[in-house]
Design a protein around this ligand. Structure first.
Ligand code: GLU
Length: 452
């Protein structure tokens, strides 16, 4: 999913926004773009990786206090400059992280002609449509109007009017973090020690500055009336490397598995005891567990099922986006545990399934990488939670998280039947891994080395 970031400040931020965007380039690197609100508004779009010098050269005449930016990981429409966010219609510019069901919109708005196949363009079209018909009412009202047609779980988006120092953000199903002068999909976009708030779903934020330099951050609840508007986030410590050590984040992360493996082993009896508590909780459901996830999370579920099967358990695995669950599946098997796997905690199809299962009263466990996760998924846990502790993973392809998921579950599962100490279990699995890894992966860095 894409990365989005916005600033609304009382100083020129046109350099800061590209720096923040670069810090979250792991979210998508198909293409990227920035819209600068300025006396001389600028919209910059490029395919491929961020080149800060190129951006600064192109935007040097557009000092800006308000801006929005986007790293794209395309879901609808090819990777091209035309399909790159921000989408601009009239003076309205938007960036979007997520997917929208747009099939009904052309029937409702036959006069709107989208220029691209990208679902996100509809957000800009609808806001601009309303704004141009009612130029005297607030941008906020036009955004609300657009939201009323866009449906549920659309992710998160940011909007600006290119001529007005105001920024609006909306989140429904994807994280959006807000500080006094910034909004972003990821905490890594913020400065060190920042403590942004995380908007709850269906909450809109409107940011602006008044003439006496007081910033104004307002939250508008478009969801259930009694829900809090936001939750607090852990303080952000600068954990993101400014660039990869071995030329690719993925390569770094393959090699970081050695440290990760070491870190995963319980070092103190308290840590062992904590693992034991988790274990006792989990084992109640191990004989009937259904792993589900998408992409590599699906494959690690498959691998876990096969290994656990050989050890006498009866797990199964499903692709989240193809799962069908009936009411009788849940009532006939009350001890079944559905175990969602998602390193980010926000894979949309996995979250959807977890949400439906939790609502139907099923036991839902979640395996996620808490440090890297903004935990949309954790809202639906009714059973156990496993934090794989893989550390931040920036490469789009799963490496450390794949291995950590496998080892975390196997450590727990094996111990439950064989009564080993948890450390012993880790040692058995890791010794082979480390041996293979050090023989094959260093120094040649064979990317497949960890699939032992
Ligand atoms: N659906 C949008 C696009 O294809 C956003 C993609 C995303 O959030 O990953 O550009």
């Amino acid at each position: 999913m894409c990365g989005i970031v916005g600033y609304c400040d009382k100083r020129d931020i046109h350099k800061d926004i590209i720096d923040s965007l670069k810090k979250i380039d792991y979210r998508g690197y198909d293409s990227h773009g920035v819209a600068l609100v300025s006396e001389n508004p600028a919209v910059y779009r490029e395919v491929g990786e961020i080149n800060v010098e190129n951006y600064l050269e192109h935007t040097k005449h557009s000092k800006a206090e308000t801006a929005i930016a986007h790293n794209r990981w395309a879901t609808h429409g090819e990777v091209s400059k035309a399909n790159t966010h921000p989408f601009v219609v009239g003076d309205i510019a938007i960036v979007h992280n997520g997917t929208i069901n747009t099939s009904h919109l052309s029937d409702i708005f036959p006069k709107i002609e989208c220029r691209t196949e990208v679902d996100s363009e509809w957000i800009a079209q609808l806001i601009a449509y309303h704004h141009s018909r009612y130029p005297l009412i607030s941008l906020e009202s036009s955004v609300k109007y657009a939201i009323s047609f866009l449906g549920e779980d659309i992710g998160a988006f940011l909007v600006v009017d290119l001529l007005c120092n105001q920024l609006i953000g909306y989140s429904d199903g994807s994280p959006l973090l807000v500080s006094s002068n910034m909004v972003a999909s990821d905490i890594q976009a913020f400065k060190d020690k920042a403590k942004p708030k995380r908007l709850n779903s269906k909450v809109m934020v409107a940011m602006s500055w008044d003439f006496s330099s007081h910033n104004n951050v307002r939250y508008i609840n478009l969801g259930k009336p009694s829900r809090p508007l936001y939750t607090s986030c852990q303080e952000h410590k600068e954990i993101k490397k400014s660039s990869s050590v071995h030329g690719h984040y993925m390569l770094d992360e393959i090699l970081e598995q050695i440290d990760m493996v070491d870190r995963l082993q319980p070092k103190t009896s308290k840590q062992e005891q904590e693992s034991f508590d988790c274990l006792d909780y989990l084992t109640k459901g191990y004989d009937d567990i259904v792993f589900f996830g998408c992409g590599s999370s699906y494959y690690v579920g498959m691998l876990l099922s096969k290994t656990l099967y050989r050890q006498g358990f009866g797990p199964s695995y499903e692709y989240a986006s193809e799962m069908t669950i009936t009411a009788s599946d849940i009532s006939d098997y009350p001890n079944r545990v559905y175990c969602a796997i998602s390193q980010s905690g926000e894979t949309k199809d996995t979250v959807e399934v977890a949400k439906k299962l939790a609502a139907a009263g099923a036991r839902v466990s979640v395996i996620e990488n808490k440090e890297a996760s903004t935990s949309t998924l954790s809202q639906y846990i009714t059973d156990a939670h496993i934090d794989i502790e893989a550390g931040p993973e920036y490469g789009v392809a799963a490496t450390k998280s794949f291995m950590a998921t496998y080892l975390s579950v196997m450590g727990v599962a094996k111990r439950s039947r064989l009564k080993d100490t948890l450390s012993d279990v880790y040692n058995i699995y890791y010794a082979e891994f480390l041996e293979t890894f050090s023989r094959t992966a260093i120094p040649e860095y064979l990317p497949h080395a960890f699939f032992i």
